[in-house]
Write a protein that binds this ligand. Structure first.
Ligand SMILES: [Zn+2]
Length: 118
């Protein structure tokens, strides 16, 4: 079973971006209901909420980024950020770890959970 991993910060960023799009789509749909001011208002509000939520998520990424450890990826030699015990390089998807115990082990996102049995 091959699962695709991406860097956590990238994942959250994609989520925030999709929220913006969803917000605009909802607002656009609202235009079709302009004969009913209430339905249109509800659509507009939902769209606005979605865009506000994405702003919050972007803010959250900013907070996470300051907590993440910046390292130079050994494979592509670009600076990347590690969040949690294991994460992926943002550029070449190289699994990286800060934990010496996990070095050389197969990449597993479960290492980020607490109470793990290695
Ligand atoms: Zn890399």
């Amino acid at each position: 079973m091959a699962r695709k991993y991406t860097s956590k910060i990238n994942k959250i960023r994609t989520f925030a971006l999709s929220l913006v799009f969803v917000g605009f789509i909802i607002m656009y749909l609202g235009i079709f209901f302009r004969t009913n001011i209430w339905i249109m208002t509800i659509f507009m509000l939902l769209g606005m909420l979605s865009i506000i939520a994405s702003t919050v998520v972007y803010f959250w990424i900013g907070m996470l980024s300051t907590r993440a450890v910046q390292v130079i990826c050994p494979t592509c030699e670009k600076p990347t950020k590690i969040l949690g015990r294991v994460d992926m390089c943002m550029h070449c998807k190289e699994p990286l770890t800060l934990d010496k115990e996990l070095e050389g082990k197969e990449f597993d996102e479960n290492y980020n959970r607490k109470n793990i049995k290695v």
